[in-house]
Design a protein around this ligand. Structure first.
Ligand SMILES: [Zn+2]
Length: 445
């Protein structure tokens, strides 16, 4: 008789029945449980969320054009940003939008203070001023959570050296946050450069991959992305804002739409007509904004996708292709991160389990089944980590075509050891934030 103790029984493979196709699959609670037969729960946390109308338009364009841009990039001799016809057209079109916003503002002022103002002209004037206000240039503010240079000297030193290897300007400030991502932006009139590093993602990268992530973000300063430029970028932001403000949730103001049931009182029906007409008018203007966004997105798409490939390549030149490929692969561990947060939040006891150790362990022990799930997600038609980046398989193939064996950034083991100590100090605060965010999200549901 085979003796199995309790702990072995718990460790043993568990199975689960698929709610869709009823086949059975092995279920490891530390990873996403999904069915390899029918694809049930393949992607429990879809990463592609549309922040605005441009993200949505880019995702549609991506489905049609990402292959074209990829082929173009592989064949292209010069990758540097250049003055193409669509780039010049995007600049002119953006000028038209900024100019239109100025006309709105001056018309609003004229309606309010011009000859013979009435109640209606004042209301109309205020409406126009409101729309013009949404088009004001946004320079952004300095974010919270900046880590100080005297407390994180190794982090700043590494970022400086990576910037030097890229030939890019270094960052003015670094924010360490609880996101599973990284970002870079310029804020204020002085265009101060801010690098955002999400500690959950950063903590699962090896030293070379950490350099790759930093290089990838800093490269955005040197790759000529029109989205990041103030003139075109703020025109796009204006259109997105106008569309958001103007597009009504529905044309008819009540839940019981006409024809939906005889229960709608006639009086209620007639009372809704003026609002429905106003909604219809707003919808019409929102459609014009959608059309303008559609044109601008078409003009910018190729340049912005080229900029993303170029940022990957610049990063490879700083730290080597293998490091960028390793970093790209780890971007797909977002579901493992979410499960590790859930596990840390639901665990009771003092001291609290270490989320960062747990996450690293889960990533290191990733079973082939989880890798297969990630591979299948990558192969989903048109799948991207987000709407503005090219599909990962194209990015990987492009990097392999232009293999860089050795990066230019020179960093020592001591640099990374010091960095490790600095990041370890901030881990408890980030873990607390992750658990608080998770708990708050549960209460919001
Ligand atoms: Zn199934």
């Amino acid at each position: 008789m085979e003796l199995v103790n309790e702990s072995q029984r718990q460790m043993g493979p568990k199975e689960r029945e698929c709610p869709e196709c009823r086949s059975r699959f092995p279920a490891d609670p530390r990873y996403v449980q999904w069915c390899d037969k029918c694809g049930w729960n393949l992607q429990p946390n879809p990463s592609l969320q549309f922040a605005n109308i441009f993200d949505f338009l880019y995702s549609i364009l991506g489905e049609k054009l990402s292959r074209d841009v990829f082929d173009e990039m592989v064949k292209s001799r010069s990758l540097a940003p250049s003055w193409t016809l669509s780039r010049v057209s995007a600049l002119l079109f953006s000028g038209f939008i900024h100019g239109f916003a100025l006309i709105l503002a001056s018309s609003g002022v004229w309606l309010i203070v011009g000859p013979g103002p009435t109640f209606f002209t004042v209301v109309g004037g205020l409406g126009l001023l409101g729309l013009a206000w949404t088009a004001r240039p946004r320079f952004g503010r300095m974010p919270t959570g900046i880590v100080r240079k005297d407390k994180f000297p190794a982090l700043y030193r590494i970022v400086d050296r990576v910037a030097r290897a890229l030939g890019a300007k270094t960052t003015d400030a670094i924010v360490i946050n609880s996101e599973f991502s990284a970002a870079h932006e310029q804020v204020g009139l002085g265009k101060r450069r801010i690098l955002y590093l999400g500690l959950p993602l950063f903590s699962i990268l090896n030293n070379e991959e950490k350099v790759a992530l930093i290089a990838r973000e800093l490269a955005h300063c040197a790759n000529g992305d029109p989205n990041k430029g103030l003139f075109i970028g703020s025109a796009a932001a204006t259109l997105a804002e106008w569309y958001n403000v103007l597009e009504p949730e529905g044309i008819w103001p009540h839940e019981d739409r006409p024809g939906a049931g005889r229960t709608v009182a006639q009086a209620q029906f007639y009372a809704g007509i003026p609002e429905a007409i106003a909604n219809l008018l707003m919808h019409g203007v929102a459609c014009i904004c959608y059309g303008a966004a559609f044109i601008l997105a078409h003009l910018m798409y190729r340049a912005s996708q080229r900029a993303e490939y170029l940022a990957d390549l610049l990063a490879a030149e700083a730290c080597g292709t293998d490091a960028v490929l390793g970093m790209l692969e780890k971007l797909h561990f977002v579901d493992t991160h979410i499960l590790a947060v859930q596990s840390a939040a639901s665990a009771s006891g003092d001291p609290c389990p270490d989320y960062f150790e747990d996450l690293k362990k889960r990533v290191a022990e990733t079973p082939p089944r989880e890798l297969e799930r990630i591979r299948r997600i990558e192969l989903l038609e048109g799948f991207r980590l987000d709407a503005t980046h090219p599909p990962t398989p194209y990015r990987v193939e492009f990097l392999k075509v232009r293999q860089v064996d050795r990066g230019k950034a020179t960093l020592t083991q001591e640099d990374f050891e010091e960095l490790h100590q600095e990041l370890t100090r901030i881990q408890p605060a980030i873990q607390k934030k992750l658990i608080d965010q998770h708990t708050a999200a549960l209460y919001c549901r």
